[in-house]
Write a new protein. Structure first.
Length: 212
């Protein structure tokens, strides 16, 4: 009788250990899954907040700069407005509030410098104190457009990088989920084997005693 109780206790203990192992396995994989999911979520959020929105700011600035350039070409600099300058400044402040990479910050500082130069020239035009060095204005517009193109290209490259990171995290999560399922199946089979093997062994032992 004592042997049977000892066996039952050992069987329950082994089963409890197996179930505990399954619990910790599920807990560990869930924690890892959550981390990878959060990484993917942060990457996708960053694509919108720091890239899509930033690209919109660049587009708006480019539109205003294009209008200014056309007005200069058509000799309509009297249409250069303070409101447009204020709008560019507002957009630049918003762009500065996004997450900038090191190279992107250099491009941004270059754009600020060239826009400041253009603004000084506009002020001279308004004051009618511009000299004959108007040939520098096309060069300034050229530099500004190059800066804007560089920033726009950076948004595309960074978006691709973030999307790759998000996809990588999701792929890892999917892989871990498959591994978790496989391990659970293996553990389940092992538990069934232990239980039925013990039962069969006990039944076989009892039959031998009966025969004796």
């Amino acid at each position: 009788m004592a042997t049977k109780e000892k066996y039952n206790f050992r069987q329950k203990f082994n089963l409890a250990l197996a179930l505990l192992a399954v619990f910790f396995l599920i807990l560990a994989t869930n924690l890892v899954d959550r981390r990878h999911f959060e990484t993917a979520q942060e990457a996708l959020t960053s694509v919108y907040e720091d890239r899509v929105v930033a690209q919109h700011y660049i587009f708006e600035i480019s539109t205003i700069v294009y209008q200014k350039e056309q007005q200069f070409i058509e000799n309509n600099t009297n249409k250069w407005s303070v409101e447009n300058d204020a709008r560019i400044e507002e957009l630049m402040e918003k762009f500065a509030g996004t997450k900038l990479t090191t190279s992107e910050r250099r491009q941004f500082e270059s754009l600020k410098e060239h826009l400041t130069t253009l603004e000084r020239i506009e002020l001279k035009y308004r004051e009618n104190s511009i000299n004959n060095n108007t040939h520098v204005i096309p060069e300034i517009f050229k530099h500004i457009k190059n800066d804007l193109n560089d920033l726009a290209e950076t948004q595309i490259l960074e978006s691709k990088s973030k999307m790759f990171l998000a996809q990588k995290s999701l792929n890892t999560t999917n892989l871990l989920s498959n591994l978790e399922l496989g391990l659970l199946i293996i553990v389940g089979i092992a538990i069934q084997f232990v239980i039925f093997y013990r039962i069969k062994k006990t039944s076989y032992g009892s039959n031998l005693k009966t025969v004796d």
